[in-house]
Write a protein that binds this ligand. Structure first.
Ligand SMILES: [Zn+2]
Length: 251
C-alpha cells in the first residue's frame, strides 16, 4: 500500500486520499483480528497488532487493550507515536506497546507488527529446541528467527521493547521465551499469515519430536529454495484474502 503525494493536488483532495487509505488499513486490521481468532491465535484479550501510517512513519495504528482480536473496530483503533504515546483515540493502550514502537524504530522495512501467545509456539519457545524445518511452513523461518529470553514477563518499557527489537534483528519473527512470538512484515497479510504458519510449524515440530525417530531435515539449499517460493508477497495476500473470505462466510 503506497501513498502518492502530489504537490499539484489540492490540500483537501490529498487529505481525502489519506483518510480513505487510513480507513482501508483500519478495515484490514479489523478483518485480521477476526482471522487471528478463527485461527486460534487468541488468548483472552491478550495479543496485539499494529500498522505504520504510510504518510507518517513515526505513527502507527494499534489494537486497544481490554478487547479481543475479534473486537477490533475502525473506531477503537488507537494512533500511537514511537515513544508509545496515544495521539488519537480514546481506548486504553496495551502496556506492551513498546514491542511495536521499538521495532518500528529499529526496522524501517517493517510496517506491521503482531504479537500473540499461540500455544504450540509458546510450547516450542519453552523447550531447548530451535525451530527445525520438519514442514513446509517452517521453511519460512529458516535462518530468520530470533529469541528473546530476558524474562517471561510483559514487555512494559521502552528498554525491554528495544531488547526485543535487538533479538528480532533483521529476522521475520522473534520468539519470546515461555510467552509467545512477534512476527513482522511489510503488509498485514504477510505478518498475520506468517504468525499462522509459525504456529503450524511449531505444532508439527512438537508432534514429530514427540513421536520420535525424526530424520534430519533436508539440506540448506533445498530449504532455502522453498523459503524463497513461499516468501513471495502474493502468496501472503492470496492466503490472507482466503482466510478473510472464510471468516465472512462463517459470520
Ligand atoms: Zn504477550
Amino acid at each position: 500500500m503506497t501513498l502518492v503525494h502530489s504537490r499539484n493536488q489540492p490540500l483537501d483532495k490529498q487529505r481525502k486520499t489519506v483518510n480513505s487509505i487510513h480507513a482501508q488499513i483500519k478495515e484490514t486490521l479489523v478483518w485480521a483480528g477476526k482471522v487471528l481468532v478463527a485461527e486460534g491465535q487468541d488468548d483472552f484479550t491478550r495479543g496485539h497488532i499494529s500498522f505504520r501510517l504510510p504518510e507518517n512513519p513515526t505513527l502507527f495504528f494499534m489494537k486497544p487493550h481490554s478487547v479481543g482480536f475479534d473486537e477490533i473496530t475502525v473506531d477503537n483503533i488507537l494512533t500511537i507515536d514511537l515513544d508509545g504515546n496515544i495521539v488519537a483515540g480514546t481506548a486504553r493502550r496495551h502496556s506492551e506497546v513498546y514491542i511495536h514502537s521499538e521495532i518500528f524504530k529499529a526496522r524501517a522495512d517493517v510496517h506491521c507488527v503482531l504479537h500473540t501467545h499461540s500455544p504450540y509456539t509458546v510450547a516450542l519457545s519453552a523447550s531447548k529446541r530451535p525451530l527445525t524445518v520438519y514442514s513446509q511452513p517452517a521453511a519460512l523461518f529458516h535462518n530468520s528467527i530470533g529469541v528473546y529470553d530476558d524474562t517471561i514477563n510483559l514487555i512494559r518499557s521502552a528498554t525491554m521493547g528495544a531488547a526485543v527489537a535487538r533479538a528480532l534483528a533483521s529476522h521475520r519473527v522473534v520468539l519470546l521465551k515461555n510467552h509467545g512470538a512477534v512476527t513482522v512484515g511489510a503488509t498485514i497479510a504477510e505478518t498475520v499469515v506468517g504468525m499462522i504458519m509459525l504456529e503450524n510449524a511449531a505444532m508439527i515440530q512438537m508432534i514429530t519430536e514427540a513421536a520420535g525417530d525424526s530424520k534430519p531435515p533436508f539440506p540448506d539449499a533445498d530449504i532455502e529454495k522453498l523459503k524463497s517460493d513461499i516468501s513471495r508477497p502474493e502468496q501472503f495476500e492470496i492466503n490472507f484474502d482466503y482466510l478473510v473470505r472464510r471468516v465472512r462466510r462463517r459470520a
